[in-house]
Design a protein around this ligand. Structure first.
Ligand SMILES: Cc1cc2nc3c(=O)[nH]c(=O)nc-3n(C[C@H](O)[C@H](O)[C@H](O)COP(=O)(O)OP(=O)(O)OC[C@H]3O[C@@H](n4cnc5c(N)ncnc54)[C@H](O)[C@@H]3O)c2cc1C
Length: 549
């Protein structure tokens, strides 16, 4: 959703009409508030929506000397995306003068979103736009400190960026950043640490610890049995969540890394229907996430499914880092695929500048530099094209004899015409060199055997992916390459695995078309089979065991 600032601001801060406020009144209670009262505190769970009826309120950036980000008057409302995701507040909201408010608790906000489409549109659009503005303005609420060659730093930056956690990055090697590092009370020594707000310093935090600290992680276990557990929030899992939740299923989505999956790492998807000028994978994922939340799906990130267990009338999905277990009557496996790495000398030394995605985040680091992209399919082509807008020179290495066999013709044409893209066929990477940072990539021509050195500060490896099915070993039937086998029982759905009630969709499914549109299509169609399966359960006598042959 790349909108201009004025469009975003208009979407973020609408003024409700008298009749819209009247429709909201039955869901809340009118109350007065005195000047100085804090309605929302940074770091706290957001209790509900505050509609200003008389007086004014202000949004403060606590991490930035209480800078006033916005003042709201009659007809405007205070509340953010955290109201539907469960995330804690990144900013504070304070009353400026004696004010009258309509307060609507967060559970009732969910009810409004589910039952009144016109108000739902206004609220959801405002929440999404506010988060985008926060990503631009409230960068100090999470400060990531560390060097650009540190893989942990990069991993956390990617996590924050892809999960839309407002943040800033300070590099101790950058003289301009040093004063800010001192100001935000981070100690000397080991450079990798994170400061939350102004004072809370965390050394070497994992994404999961950060997620917990900002309230991104949902408490989902111990909630009883839901209708549907979706493992993976790529395009397939998100579509299943949207269609499942909108059709009345209680759905919980478990995502290991970031909402959007592989598609979320694409700078521009140009072949998805309805977006003639393309859409960034991250924006597409954000739209789908909001849509799924709007219909009542619950998403938890970063949580990894580690095993699937059949417990008679339901299934248990085991989660990482704890003994947490989620129970569901049905399960959709949408865990997709993970990029392959290159087994080359120097890969561990330079892991901080070896990327498997090319988004704005990576592009910022390549501005004006030379980079190498490895791969011969669409993802490598897209990355090379996108990086050519930022890097001085892009070297695209393909070990095959042409690009056409695996890459769409439109991309081949663009690459061939890009002045700063060099296409090197029959070329493989041998070794990475550099003193403190990557400086040179040694490559070999696999026909002539000749070696050459290419100057490069980053290496983008886009050489395909393997199915993310390690967590299913010993439970679900996989094909020889590790993809989930489906559709083998004549009567069952095309997406059903060898366990009734367990389905697989998207890239993880054996024989699937590896595209965003097909993953989304499968995510929508599979819900019909889930409904059929749940209906069949209701017909079973309570003591009957399911046949999971
Ligand atoms: C750089 C790039 C560009 C691309 N460009 C295009 C394009 O332009 N057009 C197009 O049609 N296709 C494109 N593709 C392909 C497309 O992105 C994929 O086909 C699509 O994302 C598959 O969706 P999916 O939901 O099945 O799986 P994925 O997108 O792989 O999502 C799976 C999700 O499951 C999560 N997960 C994995 N294991 C676990 C676990 N154990 N527990 C919890 N979560 C787990 C992962 O973190 C991931 O988020 C591109 C791919 C890449 C990498």
């Amino acid at each position: 959703m790349a909108h201009s600032l004025s469009v975003l601001e208009a979407q973020a801060f609408p003024v409700l009409t008298v009749s819209q406020i009247s429709s909201l009144r039955p869901f809340g209670a009118t109350r007065t508030a005195r000047a100085g009262e804090i309605l929302i505190e940074m770091g706290d769970t957001i209790a509900g929506l505050f509609v200003v009826l008389r007086g004014t309120t202000s949004i403060l950036d606590r991490a930035n000397d209480d800078k006033v980000l916005r003042t709201s008057g009659p007809g405007e409302f205070n509340g953010e995306l955290g109201l539907i995701t469960g995330q804690r507040a990144f900013v504070a909201c304070i009353v400026n003068e004696p004010t009258t408010l309509l307060f609507i608790q967060s559970s009732s906000v969910h009810e409004i979103i589910a039952t009144i489409p016109t108000l739902s549109d206004i609220l959801v659009t405002a929440f999404a736009a506010r988060r985008q503005l926060l990503m631009r303005d409230v960068v100090d609420s999470l400060t990531i400190i560390g060097g650009e060659n540190d893989g942990n730093v990069l991993h956390l930056l990617e996590f924050a960026d892809r999960n839309r956690i407002p943040h800033r990055w300070l590099d101790p090697a950058n003289p301009e950043d040093r004063q800010s590092i001192v100001t935000c009370e981070a100690s000397e020594g080991d450079p990798f640490r994170v400061v939350i707000g102004k004072h809370r310093v965390m050394d070497h935090p994992t994404p999961q610890q950060i997620a917990r600290a900002v309230g991104l992680e949902l408490k989902i276990s111990g909630d009883g049995v839901c209708d549907l557990i979706v493992v993976g929030a790529g395009p397939a899992g998100l579509a299943a969540a949207v269609y499942g939740a909108s059709e009345g299923l209680s759905a919980v989505v478990v995502e290991d890394t970031a909402i959007g999956g592989q598609a979320g790492t694409s700078s521009r998807i140009e072949n998805y229907v309805g977006f003639p000028t393309g859409i960034s994978g991250n924006d597409l994922a954000f739209r789908a996430e909001i849509q799924a939340l709007k219909f009542g799906a619950r998403i938890t990130v970063p949580r990894r499914a580690t095993a699937l267990e059949n417990r008679q009338q339901n299934y248990a999905v085991h989660l990482d880092e704890s003994d947490d277990v989620l129970l569901g009557r049905s399960v959709i496996i949408a865990s997709g695929a993970r990029y392959r790495g290159l087994d080359i000398a120097g890969k561990d030394t330079f892991s901080g500048v070896i990327y498997h995605a090319a988004t704005e985040l990576e592009a910022r680091r390549c501005r004006g530099k030379e980079v190498v992209v490895v791969g011969g399919a669409n993802s490598a082509g897209q990355a090379a094209m996108f990086l050519s807008e930022h890097a001085r020179q892009v070297h695209l290495l393909c070990r095959g004899s042409d690009l056409k066999s695996k890459m769409s013709q439109y991309l081949v044409d663009r690459l061939e015409h890009a002045p700063n893209v060099e296409i090197c066929l029959h070329t493989e990477v041998v070794k990475l060199y550099g003193k403190s940072a990557l400086e040179t990539v040694e490559v070999k021509n696999n026909v002539t055997g000749l070696s050459t050195n290419i100057p490069a500060s980053s290496l983008f490896v886009m050489i395909g992916a393997d199915p993310s099915t390690g967590w299913l070993k010993g439970s679900i039937l996989l094909d020889s390459k590790g993809f989930v086998r489906t559709g083998e029982s004549a009567a069952a759905s095309l997406f059903q695995s060898n366990w009734a009630g367990v389905f697989a969709i998207g890239d993880v499914r054996s024989g699937s078309v590896k595209r965003v549109a097909s993953a989304v299509g499968e995510g929508s169609v599979v819900i019909q089979a889930v409904h059929r399966y749940l209906a069949s359960l209701r017909e079973l006598p309570p003591t009957t065991e399911m046949n999971h042959s």
